[in-house]
Write a protein that binds this ligand. Structure first.
Ligand SMILES: Cc1cc2nc3c(=O)[nH]c(=O)nc-3n(C[C@H](O)[C@H](O)[C@H](O)COP(=O)(O)OP(=O)(O)OC[C@H]3O[C@@H](n4cnc5c(N)ncnc54)[C@H](O)[C@@H]3O)c2cc1C
Length: 405
């Protein structure tokens, strides 16, 4: 019998893993419980994703060329989206997940992956293989599937991780509303992604307004300590934006969790985790789409080398390669989140820091192209000096009225 891989979850991470495995001729089954409802998401994707995964840019609703950051006191930093060497391809892509995920899923099927509409509810990993049970969404019956290896690409609540006996990860909550605006009201938002900082909107992350094809998506994210306030935080954002949302029509309210920490290991005997199931969302930005795709691809590449001996020791080459390549970036962004969103004074400093042209270039190089080259020493010294001045201004001699004293 040819070897077979079961992937649980056919969203961005699972579909990319399936496309990669099928590219190497490996028999692949995708199990997905939800084929109709879109994944709740802001849908901001870096251009690197389109380039690296050969995705048509026709899937993009809008190309954002300005990022506007609004501090708790209302200071604004309006930042053009441009890296060190600006090109016409410098932008943040805004997609609707129903369109984007649908494309990847269809590509996986076209390449020969089998897609089953079913919900995983049992998993046994033994010496000779994996046995999964699922409820078929078409007739409600319990079915069984056998595979050599399972890849858990089933999101922040990952049933695969739970059935493997792993602890749940700490999770943030994000709520978003899609609001159709009259064309004249939409004009203000169309090429701009706005990030709002402040305790009333998000005590420890941020809230956003992202323009889509026919609507504005506004939302808030907040960590485990404040998740009970999430609905109120979204109401506060809507109140703040009320004049600009006048005449708007609510299309959809959606909410979901984001993992706030990676699993200790990403691979086990006959099992691997990718994307949110592995906890690979980056801090500060809450970005997870690109990372789910990238981890899905890498997991599949490593797995293809060890299908004959899928032991934890072999499959953990995926862990090693991942952290070798991205470990510094994850550590940096986790530190930046603690530093920049720690309290409202820090949020003011963070906003001022984003006015610094060197910070802007570094941020967009790393976001758009996923490269993190250290800045030259002189630039680093200048950035550090500017940040220190901003810290002093906001703590010792506050320049702007702060809500938090
Ligand atoms: C409100 C919100 C806004 C966000 N905004 C952004 C953004 O702008 N940019 C960005 O990069 N990231 C954003 N993220 C994060 C991003 O959505 C995730 O990181 C990304 O979707 C992870 O992809 P994934 O494939 O790992 O998991 P998911 O996209 O969560 O997919 C998991 C899949 O597994 C399926 N599944 C779950 N359980 C089972 C089961 N038992 N059986 C079968 N299938 C199952 C689910 O139906 C789902 O399709 C946001 C998240 C939220 C909640």
């Amino acid at each position: 019998m040819p070897q077979r891989v079961l992937i649980v979850g056919a969203s961005v991470g699972g579909a990319t893993a399936a496309i990669t495995l099928r590219g190497m001729g490996i028999e692949t089954v995708l199990l997905e419980k939800e084929l109709h409802k879109p994944k709740p998401c802001g849908g901001a994707v870096p251009p690197a994703a389109f380039r690296e995964f050969d995705i048509p840019t026709s899937l993009i609703d809008r190309k954002v060329t300005i990022c506007r950051l609004v501090s708790p006191s209302g200071q604004e930093a309006s930042v053009p989206v441009a890296g060190t060497n600006p090109t016409e391809h410098d932008y943040v892509a805004m997609v609707r997940r129903e369109v984007f995920d649908g494309f990847l899923r269809e590509r996986a099927q076209q390449r020969g992956a089998e897609l089953i509409h079913g919900q995983l509810n049992g998993l046994e990993v033994g010496a000779s293989g994996v046995r999964a049970t699922y409820r078929s969404m078409s007739d409600g019956r319990e079915q069984t599937i056998h595979a050599d290896v399972v890849i858990g690409a089933d999101g922040a609540y990952s049933p695969t991780a739970r059935l493997l006996g792993l602890p749940p990860l700490p999770r943030a909550i994000a709520i978003q509303e899609r609001i159709a605006l009259p064309p004249e009201a939409m004009r203000e938002w169309q090429d701009t992604a706005t990030i709002f900082l402040g305790r009333e909107l998000s005590p420890d992350l941020y809230s956003w307004a992202f323009p889509k094809h026919d609507h504005l998506a506004i939302g808030i994210g907040t960590g485990p300590a404040h998740s009970k306030q999430a609905k109120q935080l979204l109401e506060n954002l809507k109140q703040r934006l009320a004049p600009k949302l006048a005449g708007g029509r609510l299309l959809l309210r959606e909410a979901y969790a984001l993992p706030m920490q990676p699993q200790k290991y990403l691979a086990f005997d006959r099992a691997m985790l990718v994307g949110d199931a592995a906890g690979l969302v980056t801090h500060t930005s809450g970005e997870g789409i690109y990372w789910a795709m990238k981890s899905g691809q890498l997991a599949a590449q490593v797995l293809s080398q060890y299908l004959d001996a899928p032991t934890a020791a072999n499959l953990r080459n995926y862990d090693r390669l991942w952290w070798q390549q991205y470990g510094t970036m994850y550590t940096f962004l986790r530190g930046l989140q603690k530093w920049g969103y720690g309290n409202e004074r820090q949020m003011e400093v963070f906003t001022e820091m984003c006015r610094n042209p060197d910070v802007q270039r570094l941020t967009f190089d790393s976001y758009m192209h996923k490269t993190m080259a250290p800045a030259p020493w002189a630039v680093q010294m200048k950035m550090t000096w500017d940040i220190l001045r901003s810290q002093v201004r906001n703590y010792v001699r506050p320049r702007t009225p702060l809500r938090e004293q």
